[in-house]
Design a protein around this ligand. Sequence first.
Ligand SMILES: NC(=O)c1ccc[n+]([C@@H]2O[C@H](COP(=O)([O-])OP(=O)(O)OC[C@H]3O[C@@H](n4cnc5c(N)ncnc54)[C@H](O)[C@@H]3O)[C@@H](O)[C@H]2O)c1
Length: 435
Amino acid sequence: MKPVTAVMVGAGQRGLYAYGPYALEHPDELKFVAVAEPDPERREKFARMHNIPKEMQFETWEELMEKGRIADVVFNMTMDRVHFASTMRALEIGYDVLLEKPMAHTAEHSAALVLMAERTGRLLQVCHVLRYTTFFRKLKELLDDGVIGEPITVEHKENLVWWHMAHSFVRGNWRKAGTSTPMIVAKCCHDFDILYWNIGRKAVKIHSAGSLKHFRPENAPEGAPESCLDPCPVRETCPYDVHKIYLNMKIKGWPVNAITNDLSYEGRLRALRESNYGKCVFHSDNDVVDHQVVNIEFESGVTVAMTMNGHGFEESRTMRYDGPEGTLRGKFDYRHGVIEIHPHFWGKSSIKVDVPPSESGHGGGDFGMVRGFLRSVRGLEPPLTSAMNSLESHFMAFAAEESRLTGRVVEMENYRSEIMRKAEEIVREWTGRRR
Ligand SMILES: NC(=O)c1ccc[n+]([C@@H]2O[C@H](COP(=O)([O-])OP(=O)(O)OC[C@H]3O[C@@H](n4cnc5c(N)ncnc54)[C@H](O)[C@@H]3O)[C@@H](O)[C@H]2O)c1
């Protein structure tokens, strides 16, 4: 079997460490033949790992796309705001695309990507990696088997561990909605996708509330400096102290390798001095929320209460489904999973869904996603989920943000048709511009 050939667009955290290794472990299935990455160290590292010659190394996706179609597929692992134009161009050229979530920075740009994939007849898959984990597959299987009957009400929580919140959403890439996407989109499009998958109906109404409550200048301890590297009166007791998080030399992987390629003490220190990662969490320029709740009514009358919080003691997703015949409770922390079934009258059973340490990131979801994508590209199996399905989760997330900002309930039918109308315009404009 000849491997599917691929180009890696964006050899950052996801490109380099989450998906790149799949090709190294499964050379008969996937071969990266080119890379586009502006950071020379990342580009060279990826090229070295995958044996990519100099003439197939590009600085940007624009430069790469000028070559036309030079492989079967594109892995688009760039940051949120690069997704739209690079994916439109890749689809236009004739690539099938595996695209990181969120699909794009607005609902209408996300929808335009789906329209473009339909128009060009290409496969577009969004990295909703949770669908590929053993845990969420088991949960879906149990619900489909009717262990609690049709769910009537669902509680779902995305519990972000406190230091992940500080790293990504206070100091890091996703701290400002204007340069990435709103937090409910960036973090919870996965959760909406799982809810949509399990309930099997579309959302009718969405209401949301939330704010940036904690990580604000007025909450800074007295005397706390702007830079966490400067002498600080609460350094010993502050959990967000960068010395504890980034200068702990035992930590060599994420999140430290997200701030610098140079993992020496000096390299880390330089990165903290020169980037936003060295800022006090109360003096950053962050504007995304640190907690948000979303209430959803689905077509069948199922109601969902979803909470996203950035102050958890551990990273996990917890959930409870109540139906006419019982209750199902679940907890997944990417390593361990447990699903409890409490049928009415008959007592309780409990299923453990542990993830072997050898599995890839996101509880095995990262490699599961790539495997599924490659099988669909080869025509061996239909995609587990389509770009159109992924769009629904993005609609829910963007609508939740609209509701949070306006205080209004979003009526989803009107919302969808308005967004699709704008998406048609975006595609028209895009194709017109290139004529
Ligand atoms: N599926 C998931 O669960 C999951 C988890 C984390 C992140 N993500 C998503 O993955 C994406 C990438 O996140 P990341 O943490 O790897 O970010 P990152 O910043 O580490 O990687 C993005 C890379 O894209 C490169 N890039 C920038 N402009 C480019 C251009 N014009 N052409 C080519 N490359 C360019 C950057 O230099 C960078 O190396 C984001 O959209 C993020 O939301 C998804």
